[in-house]
Design a protein around this ligand. Structure first.
Ligand SMILES: Cc1cc2nc3c(=O)[nH]c(=O)nc-3n(C[C@H](O)[C@H](O)[C@H](O)COP(=O)(O)OP(=O)(O)OC[C@H]3O[C@@H](n4cnc5c(N)ncnc54)[C@H](O)[C@@H]3O)c2cc1C
Ligand SMILES: *[C@@H]1O[C@H](CO)[C@@H](O)[C@H](O)[C@H]1NC(C)=O
Ligand SMILES: *[C@@H]1O[C@H](CO)[C@@H](O)[C@H](O)[C@H]1NC(C)=O
Ligand SMILES: *[C@@H]1O[C@H](CO)[C@@H](O)[C@H](O)[C@H]1NC(C)=O
Ligand SMILES: *[C@@H]1O[C@H](CO)[C@@H](O)[C@H](O)[C@H]1NC(C)=O
Ligand SMILES: *[C@@H]1O[C@H](CO)[C@@H](O)[C@H](O)[C@H]1NC(C)=O
Ligand SMILES: *[C@@H]1O[C@H](CO)[C@@H](O)[C@H](O)[C@H]1NC(C)=O
Ligand SMILES: *[C@@H]1O[C@H](CO)[C@@H](O)[C@H](O)[C@H]1NC(C)=O
Ligand SMILES: *[C@@H]1O[C@H](CO)[C@@H](O)[C@H](O)[C@H]1NC(C)=O
Ligand SMILES: *[C@@H]1O[C@H](CO)[C@@H](O)[C@H](O)[C@H]1NC(C)=O
Ligand SMILES: *[C@@H]1O[C@H](CO)[C@@H](O)[C@H](O)[C@H]1NC(C)=O
Ligand SMILES: *[C@@H]1O[C@H](CO)[C@@H](O)[C@H](O)[C@H]1NC(C)=O
Length: 593
């Protein structure tokens, strides 16, 4: 069975011949482009692909990382743990996080064609009706409402058969998936816990209701995950959006090349025209300049897009001046409003030997699994992070948040406060996998956080990392939500179906009982879900750097199309919303031509 699609094969072959440049070649430097897109992740992949559907529109896509997006470790879903701190990662670390007892945490970001879609855990979620309606509300642009976004939502995903071809009736709603660009699937390898999770939605239906398809606009309840996995292979923006565009003569892609700043090339309507970019391959290498005829589109992600803007004199004037950068456009909110989801693994000892723990301990077993995956993508290595999960609201939300002195931070009734991911193995970002034993875990995550962090400059060298402060658990409200999530995880395993499976709570979790003990446990063991967004948000007024069409305020010719543009973090995983935002952005750009 041949698993590479024709499109991907075409990319591999044609790329060597034509459109893929391993660096800034003379051909690229001397050509005219209408658009320069910076960054080939979720946002940039969509923009490059959609804009070049018009054969008269010439696009240059510039990616800092390399082109090896079909590397085995990227393609095999079950090897995603090898990707952070590898050749495909920017290797960022956050500042010390006060909410986590001053621990810094690793902050992986994709550095390869596909961007973070090549590094992520492959969960595909669209976000909720209320998440988007809130975007529409804060921007004053009804085009961002769930209802009006539907054509763009449907343009993104395409449901495909899982690799094991099991009967998927009752695992999603086929009616709400159309013929989009990104193939997705439910997991194709059965786990022992799956039937118990579904039993729980019957036995404790009031607290943990079944949800046939969390991508309907209402995530509340438990159901089967949908993943950016096709035939057991990871799907990235490179293997989907870019692959379908790469043979177009009007698209060039340059890799191993960083945009170090955007440059003003004149003035129009009294504003600086940011149609220029500077690029370099290393801190001491030559710097080249390029100009877009129409627009520069920043899709460098939530950490690098604000970084590039600030290095270019677009940001908080006082902050820039303090570093010796001449402010060109004073937009104090650039780099602010950083939002992320908080992650915590909670584990139980399982009465089973059939968990995924041994796969991470026994190299013979892992080699056997890889050999099977290579045959046809099946087996445990074809699995993403989760087969099922749930999204829940705290009970009596109005009263709960009023007692904490805040408004309900969720976007509305369709949006969760926390997420729960049952996992057939030990899960922790702070405690290593025990040498023996078999485990069941529930990852709990705060998905409607109130804390806000920021990205600021550490130096004026574009090859230095910015200072990254997601401010995880930086608000007592977020700790309270996590506490509810952990209590709900404990309630989950009280369903009768678990009585012969769950042996005991494992490790420090077992000792965290009172609210105070829970807070200590949570602060000591929480981490990030790797969903930073919001650092160059769209909205009205001076607290939003972008207008509702994603144009950088006070400039001409400069737009941002990536997760940094979100005004609020959706209550779901962020690649889906980034693809959706970019689909509408491409439409806005094409309508303006
Ligand atoms: C470990 C991990 C797990 C995740 N798990 C999930 C998940 O399961 N489900 C989910 O929905 N989301 C998940 N995410 C988040 C999701 O992948 C991101 O939200 C999404 O990819 C954001 O898209 P983006 O376009 O904003 O940025 P990215 O996809 O990060 O793309 C930005 C691109 O710009 C490039 N770039 C940056 N600076 C420059 C420069 N100066 N010049 C040129 N190029 C540059 C980068 O190299 C990168 O390729 C995860 C992310 C990570 C890292
Ligand atoms: C995959 O990751 C492993 C572990 O980090 C590493 O040893 C190996 O070289 C990587 N494989 C490829 C093809 O990059
Ligand atoms: C991240 O670290 C890996 C391993 O050391 C390295 O190969 C890679 O180049 C680093 N990434 C960047 C952007 O420097
Ligand atoms: C946003 O919502 C608030 C309260 O729900 C409402 O008062 C306001 O008019 C809305 N604004 C817009 C622009 O829709
Ligand atoms: C995959 O290959 C294995 C080993 O040859 C075989 O047992 C299995 O049936 C195959 N599965 C599919 C879905 O092709
Ligand atoms: C799949 O299962 C459903 C109900 O569980 C059944 O009605 C349907 O016939 C099955 N489909 C196939 C192809 O077996
Ligand atoms: C590791 O896995 C192999 C292959 O399944 C098995 O034969 C072996 O007994 C396992 N080793 C241990 C220590 O469990
Ligand atoms: C909801 O919470 C408020 C404030 O904590 C409390 O006064 C009220 O009794 C609660 N209502 C219910 C139905 O639990
Ligand atoms: C960044 O966020 C941290 C934590 O919230 C805060 O202490 C700091 O003042 C912020 N810095 C800027 C420049 O906004
Ligand atoms: C910030 O710059 C200082 C001085 O160069 C350096 O020591 C420090 O490691 C940098 N911080 C980060 C987070 O990169
Ligand atoms: C463990 O599971 C087996 C069946 O797999 C069952 O017979 C046994 O009673 C269970 N033990 C406990 C302590 O629940
Ligand atoms: C739990 O608390 C007990 C009593 O204080 C202590 O003996 C034990 O070591 C603790 N366990 C862990 C894993 O911290």
């Amino acid at each position: 069975m041949l698993h590479k699609t024709g499109l991907v094969l075409a990319f591999s072959v044609a790329s060597v011949l034509a459109a893929l440049h391993q660096g800034p070649t003379a051909e690229v430097l001397n050509k005219d482009y209408d658009f320069v897109v910076v960054g080939a992740g979720a946002g940039g992949g969509v923009m490059a692909s959609r804009l070049t559907e018009d054969p008269l529109t010439r696009v240059l896509l510039i990616e800092a990382g390399g082109s090896d997006f079909e590397n085995l470790n990227i393609s095999v879903p079950g090897r995603s743990s090898t990707l952070p701190m590898s050749a495909f990662d920017w290797n960022f670390t956050t500042m010390a996080q006060p909410g986590l007892n001053n621990r810094p945490v690793g902050y992986p970001r994709g550095f390869v064609l596909g961007g973070s879609t090549a590094l992520n855990q492959m969960v595909f979620s669209r976000g909720t009706k209320d998440d988007y309606d809130r975007w529409a509300n804060v921007t004053g642009d009804d085009g961002w409402s769930f209802k009006n976004l539907l054509p763009f939502i449907f343009a993104v995903d395409r449901m495909t058969a899982p690799v094991d071809h099991h009967n998927t009736t009752g695992q999603f709603n086929p009616a709400i998936h159309k013929n989009g660009v990104v193939p997705i699937s439910v997991e194709g390898f059965p786990l022992e816990i799956n039937s118990r999770v579904i039993d729980t939605t019957r036995e404790l239906a009031e607290q943990f209701p079944f949800n046939l398809d969390y991508n309907s606009g209402n995530t509340i309840g438990f159901g089967w995950t949908q993943n950016t996995i096709h035939d057991g292979h990871r799907v990235t923006s490179a293997s989907s959006y870019l692959a379908q565009a790469i043979n177009r003569p009007n698209l060039d892609v340059v890799v191993n090349t960083r945009v170090t700043k955007v440059v003003s090339v004149g003035r129009e309507q009294g504003k600086p025209v940011f149609r220029g970019v500077e690029i370099a391959q290393s801190a001491d290498g030559p710097v080249h300049s390029l100009k877009a005829k129409k627009e520069v589109i920043l899709s460098a992600g939530s950490l690098k897009t604000p970084h590039i803007l600030m290095l270019s004199g677009i940001g908080d004037a006082a902050h820039l001046t303090a570093l010796g950068i001449k402010p060109v456009v004073n937009l104090p909110a650039v780099g602010q409003n950083l939002q992320d989801h908080v992650f915590l693994g909670n584990s139980w000892v399982a009465n089973s030997t059939n968990t995924l723990d041994d796969l991470h301990r026994n190299s013979t077993l892992a080699a056997e699994a890889l050999a099977l995956w290579k045959i046809n993508g099946t087996g445990p290595l074809g699995l993403g992070a989760a087969s099922q999960f749930g999204w829940l609201r705290v009970p009596n939300a109005t009263g709960f948040f009023r007692s904490l002195g805040v408004e309900d931070p969720s976007a509305g009734e369709t949006s969760a406060h926390f997420e729960q991911i049952p996992t057939n193995a030990f899960v922790s970002k702070t405690v290593p996998l025990p040498a023996e034993g078999h485990f069941f875990s529930i990852i709990t995550a705060v998905v409607s956080p109130t804390a806000r962090g920021n990205v600021t400059l550490n130096s004026t060298n574009p090859f230095d990392a910015p200072l990254i402060n997601p401010n995880l658990l930086g608000s007592p409200v977020d700790v309270a939500i996590m506490r509810e999530a952990v209590k709900a995880a404990r309630a989950f395993v009280t369903a009768p179906t678990w009585s012969d499976y769950i042996v005991s709570e494992f490790g420090v979790f077992a000792n965290a009982t009172t609210d105070d003990e829970l807070e200590v446990y949570i602060r000591k063991n929480s981490d990030t879900v790797d969903h930073p967004v919001g650092t160059v948000a769209m909205g009205q007024g001076t607290n939003a750097p972008l207008d509702s069409q994603l144009r950088v305020k006070g400039t001409v010719g400069l737009r941002v199309v990536d997760a940094s543009a979100f005004p609020f973090i959706p209550s779901g995983h962020t690649q889906g919303p980034t693809y959706i935002l970019a689909e509408r952005a491409a439409h806005l750009v094409r309508s303006s031509l």
